[in-house]
Design a protein around this ligand. Sequence first.
Ligand code: ATP
Ligand code: MG
Length: 222
Amino acid sequence: MIHIEHLTKSFGTRVVLDGFSADITPGEFVCITGPSGAGKSTLMHLMIGQHKPDSGSLVIDDNHIEQMDFDTVQMYRRHIGIVFQDYKLLPNKTVYENVAFALEVCGESLETIHTLVPKALDQVGLLRRQNQYPSELSGGEAQRTAIARALVHNPKMILLDEPTGNLDKTAAKSIVDILRAINEAGTTVIMTTHNSDIIQYIGGRMIVLENGVKTYDGPVKT
Ligand SMILES: Nc1ncnc2c1ncn2[C@@H]1O[C@H](COP(=O)(O)OP(=O)(O)OP(=O)(O)O)[C@@H](O)[C@H]1O
Ligand SMILES: [Mg+2]
């Protein structure tokens, strides 16, 4: 359960997120949309503890994210899947190694890694690309690798910031289909997107941010 109450964040004198509140129940698929600069990425950064809000609270499964110290945030992040633009693939590692690395840093055994990595790659349809390096991948394949890396821990929730941003329609739809399958298997999915076609395609719940203020929260408007 995610309970966000009156979250406010400023950079300098500019209020970027202004009293944002929302509850998200496990298993939901939520699209956060709104114009460029509306505060979507800022909200996502607050949700992973990358920024601290000026006020308000953000409680995920009884954990107050806004009160966590650095080490606790690192531990918390291991339990969620994160696909953000600043979480880049490691260029010197293959697709397989990039996904495996997420488990290695958590101290997982080789046996666990050998079991979980192919499973995650299969979920995103990348088993056949596992030995390629990021520079040898299409944008969609790179994004699917990032999703596999986020999924390999079997998180209860996955957060994605513009996961279809640089992709053509077909690649974007294939990402969304993967996210839908993940969601149908029980994982909460929260993603930001500019793309109204994608939002329509997903259906479900949509939150609109404008100038840091939530202006709509409900079923996708057609
Ligand atoms: N670290 C920062 N320091 C100063 N200002 C920031 C910082 N991060 C974001 N901002 C400002 O906050 C506002 C909201 O940014 P944010 O990235 O959340 O918007 P967004 O809705 O994700 O936009 P986009 O659709 O372009 O990704 C912008 O005006 C941006 O310049
Ligand atoms: Mg953004």
